[in-house]
Write a protein that binds this ligand. Structure first.
Ligand code: UDX
Length: 436
């Protein structure tokens, strides 16, 4: 249920082995998927979709009713932020009610698997009572219920679904746990990864804990990156390497840049902060992580302003609109506040992305048709997404196409030594070249 990134990746993955129906209320999406059209840029999705459809194992529907005879139902509906940052559970409630209706008429005992990210307690105090109320059956008697958070990264969601790092299962009754374990053992066979078995609240906390930790790593390195800029000769990439080589810390998620974006980190940290407040616990650590992240695009604008003297009237080429490479997703992309900041300073902004399009809210900026078109005549280029296409641009090409070849490498995708020989090269976390 729910054919966003998580639901769709889960659906096409499950269809490699099991009869699978993907359900979404968005009829257009259902029709497109049924015709083999992918709505998002996601590596491997088109191939698995085509394979599933041609095998006859995979179907799509806009009616929850079509899940009637399912042995297992995955809930992967959206859990967006409410205006106050807390989690909006309206789609979860609707899914639970729909499932209750299915359970009511079911002659079997379906396993309901909660994949949507929800704050601790949601499975036990919202989902379970709603299914029980609508179905007139008890959890453990009429259906099984299990929390099973996902850790899929956009851009590699299919690979992550096929080879997850771990399977986290949270269930109140042993029957629910056994049923979920059996499903995954049947699916992954000898390649079943380590399973972490816990309570529903434990599983819900693992998801928030993972995302909070990863986001905290990014904000810490960005804080240190901004500080590094005040010390000539200091480069955050060296600092990150020195920190990350400690096996207790690890090298991943220490890439300094314009901050984290996407559909998860910001939303989840806000939801956990709001929940901690509600529980009279201190959310300040998470709030600091978010504050540092909110600041980062304005720091890139300040670097850009200093790089060209003043941004007013300058033409700026923004390289990258998606929140990270290998996805068309622009949700919470750092390019959005960056472009707003550039426009506020009076710059003329052109943006280019191999797959993503500028959100409507950024009408003041123009979308370039190609990388060349974006760089052509620009006074300044800023790297915001680490696309391979951008990494291939040689310094001489920047110099040839741009009016005044100045580069702000906010994603740190170029070798400073080579690029600073030909261009005015500025970068996040590189001492001695920023405004400090
Ligand atoms: C994340 C989690 O990784 C995944 O487990 C969860 O299920 C959903 O949220 P995703 O949003 O796809 O996945 O992106 P991720 O690869 O985690 O990157 C998030 C953001 O952090 C991106 O904007 C990325 O550019 C940024 N980032 C990541 C950095 O700035 N530096 C890093 O070192 C790593």
């Amino acid at each position: 249920m729910g054919l966003g990134y998580v639901g769709l990746s889960t659906t096409v993955t499950m269809a490699t082995k099991f009869e699978t129906v993907g359900v979404d209320i968005d009829r257009r999406r259902v029709d497109e998927l049924s015709a083999g059209k992918v709505p998002i840029h996601e590596k491997g999705l088109k191939t698995l979709l085509a394979k599933g459809l041609s095998s006859g194992r995979l179907k799509f529907s806009s009616q929850a009713f079509d899940l009637g005879s399912a042995d297992a139902i995955f809930v992967a509906v959206g859990t967006p932020s409410s205006p106050d940052g807390s989690i909006d559970l309206s789609q979860v409630r609707k899914a639970a009610t729909d499932i209750g209706g299915l359970v009511r008429v079911s002659s079997g005992k379906p396993l309901v698997i909660m994949r949507s990210t929800v704050v601790p307690g949601t499975l036990s105090t919202v989902v379970k009572p709603l299914i029980e109320e609508t179905s007139g059956k008890k959890s453990g008697a009429g259906f099984w219920l299990c929390s099973n958070p996902e850790f899929l990264r956009e851009g590699s969601a299919i690979a992550d679904s096929l080879r997850p790092t771990r399977i986290v299962l949270g269930a109140a009754e042993s029957g629910s746990m056994s049923s979920a374990k059996a499903l995954y053992r049947k699916f992954y066979g000898r390649r079943t990864p380590q399973m972490v078995l816990t309570s529903p609240e434990g599983a819900e906390l693992i998801k928030y804990g993972s995302n909070s930790y990863l986001a905290a790593k990014v904000s810490l390195i960005n804080l240190l990156a901004n500080l590094s800029e005040t010390f000539p000769g200091t480069d955050i990439n060296d600092v990150a390497l020195g920190i990350g080589l400690d096996p207790r810390i690890g090298k991943q998620f220490l890439q300094a840049g314009p901050g984290f974006g996407g559909s998860c980190f910001g939303k989840d940290l806000k939801a956990l902060s709001a929940y901690l407040r509600q529980m009279a616990l201190d959310p300040s650590m998470l709030e600091s992580v978010l504050r540092i992240n909110d600041f980062q695009p304005s720091h890139v604008v300040a670097l850009a302003d200093a790089a060209v003297g003043s941004l007013a009237g300058k033409t700026v080429a923004v390289l990258g609109i998606a929140f990270k490479a290998e996805t068309s997703d622009t949700r919470d992309s750092r390019s959005i506040p960056l472009i707003r900041g550039l426009l506020d300073k009076g710059a003329v902004v052109k943006a280019y992305d191999p797959v993503a399009t500028l959100p409507e809210s950024l009408r003041g900026a123009a979308q370039a048709k190609s990388l060349r078109d974006c760089l052509d005549g620009a006074d300044l280029a800023i790297t915001m997404t680490a696309w391979k296409e951008f990494q291939k641009v040689r310094p001489a090409e920047f110099a040839r196409l741009m009016r005044s070849p100045t580069l702000v490498d906010a994603r740190r995708i170029y070798d400073p030594a080579a690029y600073s020989k030909v261009l005015k090269y500025f970068a996040i976390g590189r001492g001695g070249n920023g405004p400090g």
